[in-house]
Ligand binder design. Structure first.
Ligand code: NAP
Ligand code: ZN
Length: 374
């Protein structure tokens, strides 16, 4: 068994204001990376600016990250960081801004590289030191060595490298309070999906399994409350945030499995938010694993306090499908994408092409006939 997770994570109310001085250990000039939305609706950006000013650290603010960030944006911001002389990067936001901050830190250290060059794992220099402040409770990107970045033709690619681990991460669950209930559900189910997928990965270890089960125990009661329409109070927000970190730690060891990879297609093609896209395939994974590895499925259900069916229904209720059913021709066209895909190889049990075909034919909403069906 091997284990490496070099992130110093600090959580709690006002943690950035209380322990911001640790940022000075990362460097002397900072590029702050955000999207446009979260910085307006939650106080994380202001807390970061106040902290950097107090420390006397000059910073440049790049606020051009969009959801499912694009590689060209990361190259552009990386060159800005290089020209500014930044020696560390502070990413603030959801998984998109945090992942972009990782890729930007890489680009800033290698400004001669173009987009395709960033996807190759043989960069001349490691990424600049990275600090992250999460504002959603889902991806766990704060503690993973992964960046999911969209290429120039709109396809999502996940790449991982040890130099993409944040040195420092601040988790203040108050920052997540400005998320809508729908977004809380989508991101909370993403965190749960990380725990489930990690637990059913062929790469699972005793440690990753313990983290995944701890995440399930932390998340499921709060997701049940959410599904009953209860607005999360600060304690629930804290549980959801910590559950997302446990899920992130679990996938930092194992990676995700098939549902995440399938979900990328729904995000790319129909704009389905990341958590909701993965949610579509979790009930299938649960049923598949209940048959393939019943003892492990039983362990997961015990942690959740729910049966496979109840857990599947919870996920469906929180993230109902919001994209049209696929046509047979679309399914045939996309199936080769998963032929040699790693996510398929690391999913426990046997997943044949026909299983995948049937799965794709069953998902999506059928209330409106697809124009392409006619
Ligand atoms: P997101 O794409 O980061 O954010 C979605 C939207 O919510 C953005 O407009 C964002 O604003 C806004 N937002 C963020 N925090 C908010 C808050 N506190 N209040 C109100 N609005 C807020 O959503 P996400 O689900 O956290 O991240 C999804 C991305 O992470 C996907 O690209 C996915 O592939 C990736 N991911 C990465 C990992 C990993 O290990 N690295 C794991 C799973 C998923 P801004 O525009 O200001 O950011
Ligand atoms: Zn995810």
């Amino acid at each position: 068994m091997s284990f490496y997770l070099p992130t110093r994570l600090l959580t709690g109310p006002e943690i950035l204001l209380r322990r911001g001085e640790l940022l000075a250990e990362l460097g002397t000039r900072c590029l702050v990376v955000t999207g446009k939305q979260a910085s307006l609706t939650c106080p994380a950006l202001q807390d970061a600016k106040d902290t950097l000013q107090r420390l006397g650290i000059p910073y440049l603010h790049f606020d051009g990250v969009l959801p499912n960030p694009g590689i060209e944006t990361c190259v552009q911001a990386g060159r800005m960081a290089h020209a500014f002389g930044a020696d560390f990067v502070l990413g603030i936001g959801g998984g998109s801004a945090l992942d972009a901050a990782k890729a930007i830190a890489l680009s800033a250290a290698n400004p001669e590289l173009d987009g395709p060059g960033l996807y190759r794992l043989n960069w001349p220099s490691p990424a600049l030191p990275i600090a992250l402040v999460g504002t959603t409770a889902g991806t766990g990107s704060e503690v993973t060595p992964v960046a999911v970045i969209t290429d120039t033709v709109g396809r999502k690619h996940s790449f991982r490298h040890d130099c993409l681990y944040a040195r420092l991460a601040y988790g203040d669950p108050r920052y997540t309070a400005s998320m809508s209930l729908t977004m809380t559900a989508n991101t909370g189910v993403d965190a749960l999906a990380h725990c489930i997928e990690s637990f059913f990965s062929r790469k699972a270890t005793p440690l990753s399994s313990a983290l995944a089960l701890a995440g399930v125990r932390q998340l499921v009661p709060r997701l049940i409350e959410l599904s009953a329409g209860r607005t999360p109070d600060p304690a629930a927000r804290a549980d959801l945030y910590e559950g997302s970190i446990l899920g992130g730690m679990a996938i930092s060891i194992t990676g995700t499995v098939l549902p995440h990879n399938l979900g990328y297609y729904l995000t790319e093609t129909y704009g389905v938010p990341h958590g909701a896209a993965c949610a579509v395939f979790e009930p299938w994974l649960l049923a598949h694993c209940a048959a393939a590895v019943p003892d492990r499925a039983e362990m997961l259900c015990r942690a959740a306090g729910l049966s496979v069916d109840e857990l599947s229904n919870l996920i469906r209720q929180l993230c109902p499908p919001c994209f049209p059913a696929l046509t047979e021709s679309e399914v045939e066209r996309i199936l080769p994408r998963w032929k040699d895909c790693n996510a398929l190889k690391v999913t426990v049990g046997c997943v044949t092409e026909d299983v995948l075909r049937q799965l794709w034919l069953q998902v999506g909403t059928r209330t409106n006939k697809n124009p392409s069906d006619t």
